[in-house]
Design a binder for this molecule. Structure first.
Ligand code: NIG
Ligand code: FE
Length: 404
């Protein structure tokens, strides 16, 4: 059993009265040996319990739920620094993609990599995220685009699950782009995804969700609908890459199929937002990718005003967001997207958990998983205000200190 005491402010992320973050001052928290929270509340009403195997003096730190990066493409091989430099000279992401670069370039490198190569290159990225207090991360495939290589990426994630402490949610993104060998035959590639890839991915048992890049030059709505129907029949959860580079129908589809999340949404219309809100789909905003590609930032405030839950993620990937900094993503969601500090805090905790269909993380209450982080700063506002240093001093996963 783990006791954490002397907490300046415990942000439970469960509303208390008019406080949406349910902040408790002078608090303590107990995590049981099963990794679940036994107590999260005021230190003055701490149950008199003995037999703690460890105890942490928070020294007046803030405690938040462990951060959740709910949209990443963290496993890949190779580098696309050349594309970054080309964009700096005026090329666009789409032009690079049309010339055979972009996602296809990472696919070439990833196909050449072994499981061990992918594990070795991903481990340091995960260690960096752990230092930022991230205790759960979603990672998509999508750089294999052939069954063997998609399974290989998932195998790497399976190994990564036991080699480090961040909990990994694996998503199959076989419909990321049309691979070279299927160019001009996208319907046939979709058939392959539906009849061969999805059943094999489901049988392998690593991925728990499916995603499709719904975009001009990638997959259209009808193709995506077919893929999601199969994915759902296999019990996979659904996420959608929607309206990133043009308005193409991904958001309406996400609402139609009851996806957990729709990501990007740069080109989402008011009608899209209303549909997503009615269907209770979480809008996952990716402000780092917007900056990285110099796209118009999404005014996420508009989504919240229409009743959508907004999550923020890094979208870490070698092309449009070579950056793992979830703190930065949340801060940009404030400055560029119009979120309040409270909304930004929810976007990387409770709302990110909801985007992953997880009810046991993203908040701190009895019975939930003991995932949390200690921040050495005076207040939540300070955390978002000070962009110069990382205040996370300790991260805890299921009641165990994260070593990184
Ligand atoms: O979310 N939009 C599609 N996929 C990624 C980019 C992947 C890449 O460029 O390698 C994204 O931005
Ligand atoms: Fe993405």
């Amino acid at each position: 059993m783990l006791l954490i005491h002397n907490i300046r402010k415990l942000y439970t992320m469960r509303p208390i009265g008019r406080d949406p973050l349910g902040c408790i001052e002078n608090a303590a928290l107990i995590v049981g040996d099963d990794g679940l929270i036994l107590y999260a509340g005021s230190q003055s009403t701490l149950p008199q319990q003995k037999g703690f195997s460890s105890s942490i003096d928070a020294k007046r730190a803030l405690v938040l739920p462990g951060f959740i990066d709910c949209h990443t493409h963290l496993v890949f091989a190779g580098s696309r620094a050349d594309e970054f430099a080309a964009r700096a000279r005026g090329a666009t992401y789409q032009e690079i993609m049309q010339k055979g670069g972009g996602i296809k370039s990472t696919v070439r490198a990833t196909r050449e990599a072994s499981v061990q190569d992918l594990v070795a290159s991903t481990l340091p990225r995960l260690a960096q995220s752990a230092r930022l207090g991230i205790t759960t991360m979603e990672i998509k495939t999508g750089y294999g685009l052939a069954l063997e290589h998609e399974l290989k990426m998932l195998d790497a994630m399976k190994t990564l699950r036991v080699r480090q402490q961040i909990e990994l949610e694996a998503t199959f993104l076989g419909a990321h782009t049309i691979p070279k060998e299927w160019e001009g035959r996208s319907d046939e590639y979709v058939d392959l995804i539906v009849t061969e890839m999805l059943p094999a991915v489901s049988a392998q048992g690593v991925a728990t969700a499916c995603d499709v890049f719904v975009e001009r030059g990638a997959f259209n709505v009808a193709q995506a609908r077919e893929i999601y129907a199969k994915a759902k029949s296999l019990g996979l959860k659904c996420h959608v890459h929607a309206e990133q580079l043009s308005h193409f129908g991904g958001a309406a589809l996400a609402a139609e199929i009851g996806a957990l999340s729709a990501s990007h949404l740069e080109y989402a219309t008011d009608d899209d937002i209303e549909r997503l809100a009615r269907a209770n789909v979480v809008a996952a905003i990716l402000p780092v990718a917007q900056e990285y590609l110099n796209l118009k930032p999404v005014h996420a405030r508009r989504f919240i005003d229409k009743g959508l839950d907004v999550a923020v993620a890094t979208d870490f990937n070698p092309g449009s967001a070579m950056c793992n900094d979830l703190h930065l993503a949340a801060r940009l969601a404030i400055t560029r997207g119009g979120l309040t500090c409270e909304e930004a805090a929810l976007s990387i905790t409770a709302n990110a958990a909801k985007a992953l269909g997880r009810h046991d993380i993203g908040a701190l209450a009895t019975g939930l998983q003991g995932d949390l982080c200690l921040l050495e700063c005076a207040s939540l506002e300070d955390f978002f205000y000070d962009w110069t240093h990382n205040p996370v001093v300790t991260a805890i996963k299921k009641g165990k200190m994260v070593v990184c």
